[in-house]
Write a new protein. Structure first.
Lengths: 188, 188
């Protein structure tokens, strides 16, 4: 049967299956055609691939193997992550947590946010941002102590990458840390 | 024939026609169905609407009445706007400029950007952002002095809105300024 997947994602991010179409420069309407009888078909050049995608998507839905949960702010994300991991903690190492969301390191807590739109007439703007609470350690220590956790370390400086990834491995007790360099992350 | 449209938009924003499908919570694959003969069809509940959307989209493309140009940064946006308006300025008031992009008021110029990812170990972050160059005035004065310009003023404070919208009208010499309050902009 394989894994069932809970796909926690930022609103409007790429999603499984539909990702082949939603963010393409040509929107999916370019893959469709209007037949003379008024019926909408799929362009023959794209039909085979779309059928495969659609079949897999239907399978996943039919077997209730895919749940989408969306978030917008980093606060939403952290509360969601805590809830989901708490619920799943009984699965122990049979649950794999794949922490691929690029969560920001800094944020402005709601109580420090301006009530109204910031007026731009007064020149430069200085923003003070707080650090996002570190959640990788409590996640392992308290939420899912026996979960199988795969996390990511992204850097732009290749001299830092390996040390920081290794540090994350020992410090957070994750099972796997995947180190990526920003420039080469899509090809290496 | 109506207008031909140059749709300058932020990458991955909503786009004409496909907007009915790309950003819905259920991705467009939910509108499709796999028939027994292996052919992909459109769910009967959605076929009529999709046919109308597809027909209009095909018409616009056939008549070369729709050009998509995408940008990512505010700098891209400003250079693009200057190029497009300069090319179109000979059309005078027959060209309508509908400035609906929510361009940020502040940005970090590339020469002031950190070279590497900012490390988060050192507590809070202070960001100094410059004002985005004001382009509404030069647009009218220099780029398209006789164009028909519709601009937008968004505020969160209803006490400021009318004055600021009126001020924009006289200060920039736009033909129309549409004032919106953030909370009610989609219903009023």
């Amino acid at each position: 049967m394989g894994y069932a997947v809970i796909f926690m994602h930022r609103q409007f991010s790429l999603q499984p299956y539909s990702r082949h179409y939603t963010h393409s420069t040509n929107c999916f309407l370019d893959f469709m055609e209007l037949r003379n009888d008024g019926i909408i078909g799929v362009n023959p050049n794209h039909a085979q691939k779309m059928r495969l995608v659609l079949e897999k998507y239907r399978q996943a839905k039919k077997h209730e193997a895919l749940l989408f949960i969306e978030f917008v702010t980093v606060t939403d994300y952290l509360f969601l992550l805590r809830s989901v991991t708490s619920i799943m903690s009984d699965l122990n190492e049979r649950a794999l947590y794949y922490l691929a969301a690029a969560v920001s390191d800094f944020f402005i807590p709601s109580q420090k946010m301006a009530q109204h739109k910031i007026q731009s007439g007064e020149g430069a703007l200085t923003l003070k941002m707080d650090q996002v609470p570190k959640f990788l350690k409590p996640m392992v220590m308290n939420w899912v102590p026996r979960g199988f956790i795969v996390s990511f370390k992204l850097e732009t400086d290749s001299n830092l990458l390996v040390d920081k990834a290794r540090h994350a491995l020992t410090r957070y007790g994750h099972q796997i840390v995947i180190g990526n360099l920003l420039e080469t992350r899509k090809i290496e």
